[in-house]
Design a protein around this ligand. Structure first.
Ligand SMILES: [Zn+2]
Ligand SMILES: [Zn+2]
Length: 142
């Protein structure tokens, strides 16, 4: 990973970072664009997209390599795990201790120098499981 100081901190990047730090929802590029546009009305989606890519390449932010269809971004760059709702697709941080021996095990079992790992849990979030229950009740009534 490159040093975050290698890219220039422009107003656009600073604004993107500040907006990303405000949320824990792991927004998509489109969602970041909507947030940033409120402060920089003339910014384009392409610019936001390019900056997000550059910023994640430099290690300033995290690009989530998760099973969803859209890339998501995270201002929390230290290693942590995520859980994704299979129903609505939202991604939350999951605050469990890092499994560090997994990297060593993987290195032992492969010819690789292991640099890290990604774990994505999947499940059904609380609002989605509640609306599931409501659906079931309707079926029972009918
Ligand atoms: Zn959900
Ligand atoms: Zn996260």
């Amino acid at each position: 990973m490159q040093d975050a100081s290698q890219i220039r901190m422009t107003t656009q990047r600073k604004t993107i970072l500040e907006e990303l730090e405000k949320v824990t929802s792991h927004p998509t590029a489109n969602e970041v664009y909507d947030m940033v546009r409120k402060r920089l009305p003339r910014i384009g989606l392409g610019t936001v997209y390019r900056n997000l890519e550059l910023m994640s390449e430099s290690g300033m932010i995290l690009k989530l390599e998760v099973g969803g269809t859209q890339k998501r971004f995270d201002a929390t760059v230290h290693p942590h795990y995520h859980i994704r709702c299979i129903s609505c697709g939202k991604v939350d941080d999951i605050d469990i201790p890092l499994i560090d021996n997994i990297d060593r095990n993987a290195a032992d079992l492969s010819q690789y120098q292991v640099l890290g790992h990604h774990i994505e849990f999947s499940g059904i979030c609380e609002p989605c499981s509640k609306s599931d229950e409501e659906d079931e009740e309707e079926v029972l009534i009918n």
